[in-house]
Design a protein. Structure first.
Length: 205
């Protein structure tokens, strides 16, 4: 098993020796400092806590700085625990992108782009109404509660509202290339979140 924190740099293309093109997302992955180890005997579960993302010291609180100092880590913004990971790791060590290899499948979690308040057509892929003969029901959702039964709007009805800006996990992504010297990870396909957003990368399987 392997896990690391990364920052999404954007998308590009990689060309193979046979001319095949791979559309990839470039991630600046690690190095991540191990700041804590959770064990089932002491904490009730097994996990490793990784820290990533340089930040000015005055942007952190004294408890946060003290926690990082115990692991000999510099001021870092993001601390994330990975369950059932960390075998063989110790506090104070670093995790680098070399824990992954080309051809490996990973799952990546991040906060998706916020789309704001959207209607049902964009948010839930509803079909639009007729656009001719004087119709006024072009992008309306339609009936959401009959007058006889249920005489109210049922819970769970898909309606307009906030779209995006929520945690999303994309599974089955393939690692195309690993550049350990540059701390770069190239993953086939798109990854949740905006450019410069932070994501969690885990092995999938």
């Amino acid at each position: 098993m392997a896990a690391i924190l990364a920052r999404k740099l954007g998308m590009t293309q990689l060309f193979g020796e046979d001319g095949a093109v791979a559309r990839v997302t470039v991630l600046a992955a690690g190095p991540c400092h191990v700041t804590a180890i959770r064990t089932s005997e002491r904490d009730g579960y097994n996990a490793v806590q990784l820290a990533f993302g340089s930040v000015r010291e005055k942007a952190l609180t004294k408890p946060e700085l003290g926690h990082l100092a115990k692991a000999d880590a510099p001021p870092l913004r993001h601390l994330v625990e990975f369950r059932d990971e960390g075998d063989g790791l110790h506090v104070g060590e670093t995790v680098e992108v070399s824990v992954f290899e080309p051809g490996q499948h990973v799952k990546i979690s991040g906060v998706s782009k916020g789309k704001g308040f959207q209607g049902t057509i964009k948010r839930h892929n509803f079909a639009s109404g007729p656009k001719s003969h004087g119709s006024h029901n072009v992008r309306a959702p339609g009936s959401i509660g009959a007058s006889a039964w249920p005489a109210r709007v049922m819970k769970g009805i898909r309606g307009p509202g906030q779209m995006g800006n929520k945690r999303v996990t994309q599974r089955g992504l393939e690692v195309v290339e690993v550049r350990a010297s540059e701390n770069l990870l190239f993953v086939r396909g798109s990854v949740p979140g905006p450019r410069n957003g932070y994501v969690e990368v885990r092995s999938d399987g």
